[in-house]
Write a protein that binds this ligand. Structure first.
Ligand SMILES: C[S@@+](CC[C@H](N)C(=O)[O-])C[C@H]1O[C@@H](n2cnc3c(N)ncnc32)[C@H](O)[C@@H]1O
Length: 182
């Protein structure tokens, strides 16, 4: 019995350690998340208002969306591939009293229709951000803000940044330059 218990604890600890170094855009990476302080910074820098409809691609536990809904009454949708985090986000939306403003869906962010958003939030690794280029230009209207936490986006014009918080705000341009088309 003791041996069995020790075995389970060891496996659990190993999984916990592994999850800390797992790529941040993959499931089972619970330590890579936006905290409330950063979410407030995002709201301030991106000037989020109640008129905004935010899409959070890979929304995790939904902190950014929930904070924007609570503080600014912004509407939004989060898409998340990891069922466990979807469950956590849904519970937090419910407990936070913002279920009239925020919807959390389980799914692949590449399949999410983002055309109706005024603002997109991402906290994804550069490789995934690069893959989003086509989708951003195909679906987002000029003037849509894209906020990236932690990683910079090299294919969009930057509006403002907070280097200390690693928050970067971009804008979908009116006219695509040749670099943006490639
Ligand atoms: C670095 S975490 C950020 C989580 C959340 N946005 C935050 O800031 O707290 C990246 C999230 O993207 C999710 N993710 C990765 N690839 C995805 C995909 N293809 N579709 C949907 N979610 C995805 C992961 O499960 C993870 O929750």
């Amino acid at each position: 019995m003791i041996f069995y218990l020790l075995f389970v604890i060891t496996i659990a600890l190993l999984l916990l350690l592994l999850s800390m170094v797992w790529p941040p855009d993959s499931p089972w990476s619970p330590w890579w998340r936006t905290n409330k302080k950063t979410a407030l910074k995002i709201i301030k820098l991106a000037k989020i208002t109640e008129k905004d409809f935010i899409v959070d691609l890979g929304c995790g536990d939904g902190t950014a969306l929930i904070t924007a809904a609570k503080n600014k009454k912004a509407h939004g949708a989060g898409v998340e591939i990891d069922p466990f985090r979807v469950l956590i986000a849904k519970i937090r939306v419910l407990l936070g009293g913002v279920s009239d403003l925020i919807v959390i869906k389980r799914g692949n962010l590449f399949d999410q229709d983002i055309s109706g958003s005024s603002l997109v939030i991402v906290y994804l690794i550069p490789k995934t951000l690069k893959r989003l280029k086509k989708k951003f230009f195909a679906e987002l209207k000029p003037g849509t803000k894209v906020i990236s936490y932690m990683y910079q986006i090299d294919f969009l014009p930057e509006v403002v940044r907070d280097e200390d918080s690693h928050v970067y705000v971009y804008l979908i341009p009116k006219k695509r330059t040749n670099t943006e088309k490639n």
